[in-house]
Write a protein that binds this ligand. Structure first.
Ligand code: FDA
Length: 302
């Protein structure tokens, strides 16, 4: 599934099938900004927070990177107009902003600065998603540069990468906002843990570094074992409920999201929207075989 997530032929075929589109709805509330705003209003009404991803990645032209930048600026302004910046921020992918193009580091920084500036004006923040390991250094450099001007810029660390414990220590300083997730990309054994048990153990070690630090850990997992372990670590560290948050994906374990929110924890929902849902959707299928079975049943019954 992860190989298919980057295959253009499979993408072109899959995105043309209405039956596939229907199974996508569970994870993506829609293709327009209005769809994202509707989802955020529902999330807000239930006492949760949101981070919104305008879907798109691996941009191949400067024009597409500019369009992605403009789409995010429009999103931020729409959030402000709708009075939702108190609960919603924005997640960005550096590859959507042109990181892989020639001169990409400067281009992605310039584009990210424009979005972060619009976000600051609207009273909210941005977080840079983590993509595959070949981009980690470049994305961290981007976050470092952005944080000079926009201190609230968040970063994402992937526990599966061997390097992440050290990165967690580097990002655990005062004022940092760090989302810790397991990692959604197929990474080689030379750079990443391969077994679920090793990834879980690494997740707990990285989280311990963040929880002991002075920043704001954002614990992004649906895994009951990781949530229990996190609650234990937070309790032992004496962390107050406003000094961390849990994060989960739109459409995944909504009951658990609500349970944690009812118990007084901050819970932020990652809300992706847009036409370019293919790569995101394929990574969700890869995470849970049951999702693939749902798609299979839909295809058979059409
Ligand atoms: P795990 O995959 O073990 O799932 C535990 C349980 O959660 C499953 O048994 C199932 O019940 C439920 N579940 C998990 N995924 C599901 C799915 N797709 N559909 C249905 N049920 C599911 N990765 C990355 O590389 N870069 C990033 O920037 C981000 N950002 C990000 C933000 C947020 C808010 C979250 C929650 C996750 C990410 N991720 C990510 C994805 C992350 O790396 C990881 O791939 C997924 O969260 C799945 O791992 P879990 O920790 O949830 O455990």
């Amino acid at each position: 599934m992860l190989a298919a997530s980057r295959n253009h032929t499979v993408r072109d075929l899959a995105t043309r099938l209405p039956v596939v589109r229907r199974t996508v709805d569970r994870f993506v509330p829609g293709e327009g900004v209005e769809d994202a705003l509707r989802a955020v209003r529902e999330i807000k009404a239930s006492g949760r927070l949101a981070t919104i991803d305008t879907l798109g990645e691996d941009t191949t032209t400067t024009a597409a990177a500019s369009a992605a930048t403009q789409a995010n600026i429009t999103l931020v302004r729409s959030l402000a107009d709708a009075g939702l910046t108190d609960v919603a921020e924005v997640s960005l992918k550096a590859s959507a902003l042109g990181q892989a193009l020639p001169g990409g580091a400067e281009l992605a920084l310039e584009n990210a600065q424009r979005i972060a500036s619009a976000a600051a004006e609207a009273g909210t923040t941005v977080t840079l998603d983590a993509e595959d390991h070949t981009t980690t250094d470049a994305t961290h450099a981007l976050v470092d540069a952005l944080r000079h001007e926009f201190a609230g810029t968040g970063t994402v660390l992937q526990a599966m990468l061997f390097r992440t414990e050290a990165d967690a220590a580097r990002f655990a300083g005062p004022g940092s906002r760090v989302r810790l997730c397991k990692g959604a990309y197929a990474e080689p054994a030379s750079v990443a843990h391969q077994s679920p048990a090793d990834v879980r153990a690494a997740f707990q070690r990285c989280l311990a570094v963040l929880v002991a630090g002075e920043g704001y850990p954002m614990i992004a997992t649906h895994d009951p074992a990781m949530i229990t372990a996190a609650l234990g670590q937070l309790l032992v560290a004496g962390r107050s409920v406003d000094s961390y948050e849990f994060q989960m994906l739109y459409g995944v374990r909504p009951d658990e999201q609500l349970r944690l929110a009812r118990e007084g924890h901050r819970v932020r929902v990652y809300v992706p929207y847009g036409v370019d849902w293919y790569g995101y959707y394929m990574r969700r299928l890869a995470e849970k075989p049951a999702n693939l079975a749902l798609l299979g049943r839909a295809l058979v019954s059409r």
